[in-house]
Design a protein around this ligand. Sequence first.
Ligand code: SF4
Length: 336
Amino acid sequence: MNLNNLEKTLNPYPSFRLKQAKEAVYVNLIDNWNKASNLPKELRGALNQECPLDIKAEIIESKDKQTAKALVYFVDGFAVETVLMRHKDGRNTVCVSSQIGCPLACAFCATGEQKLTRNLSAAEITEQVILWARKLKQKNNRVDGVVFMGMGEPFLNYDEVLKAIRVLNSQEGLNIGARHISISTSGLTEGIAKLAKESLQVNLAISLHAPNNQLRAILMPINRKYNVEKVLAAVKNYIAETRRRVMVEYLMLGGLNDSEKEAQELASVLKQGLEKLFFVNLISYNSTGKFKPSTQATIDRFKLILEKEKISVVQRFRFGRDIEGACGQLKGRKMA
Ligand code: SF4
C-alpha cells in the first residue's frame, strides 16, 4: 500500500474526488481502487498505479486468538510490527509503530537493538491500522482504539504521528475516538509540551520504569538527557494545562526495579500534589534475554505499596506471549 502520493495523484481532479477516494480507503476499507465504483475508470487505473492499496504483511495469531501480530512491509522493503489486541469485553486495540527501528536503545527492548532506519510517514502509520480494520470488518467488527507503543519513539516523529492521529480520529477517516488513542513516550519533554497545546483529547503515557536516575539510566540511556525530574516536571505542566490523567508505565524487571524500596520511591516521586492524575501501569516483562520478569508475588507486593500510598495502579494484561509479544521481537527474529 502506498498513500503517500494520494493528494498529488488527485491534484488535477475536482476536490470532491479526493474526498471520495479517502472515504473509499478509510471508511469503506477497499483493498483495490476498482472497488471504488463512484470514481471514473481512468482515475481508478491511475490510483492503482500510483497508490496501490494491497498491504504486504505477514500475520501470526496467538494460540488463544486474543492477539495477532503482523510485520507490515513498505514499498522500500523495510518492515515494522503492529499488534491487534482483542479484549474480553469485545473492544479491539491496535498497537502501531512510528519508526523503523529506534535510536533510543532502551536496554530491555528488542527494537532498541535494531537502531533507527527511518521515520514512518503518516500514511505508513495509518496503514497498520487499516490492515486490522479490514480484517475486523470481515467479521462486522472495528478498531476501537490505537496505542503508539510499537517500534520507535513517537515524539521523534512528532509531525507524522500527529498527522496520522488526525486521520485516525477524523469522521472521514477511521473515526476512532481521540480518548481511545494513546501516545507512549520515553519522556521527550519538548514533545510533551507540544502535545499539551494540541486541541486533541488523546492520552499520554510515560515510560518511567524506574523511580530514580541511577536505575533509569541503566535501563534507558535517554535518561541522561531527560531525567526523572525533567520528565515529571514536563508531565506536571502537561497535567496543569490539560487536566488529563497520565499513565506511568513501569516494566517489572526481576531483582532490578521491583523491590519494596523502589515501590516506595516511585510513590514519593509521583506524590507531588498531582497523584490523583497519575496512574501507574505495571507491565509484565516479555523476556528478551537480558532481564528476567518479576514474579507475580513481587508485582502484587509492589502494587499494594502504591495503593497504600493512594496511587492508582493497574497491572497490564500480557497479550501474545507465544508470538513474541514485546515490541521489536518478531522483527528482530526475522533479521537474525
Ligand atoms: S522501548 Fe521504545 S523508546 Fe525504548 S528503544 Fe524500544 S522502541 Fe525505542
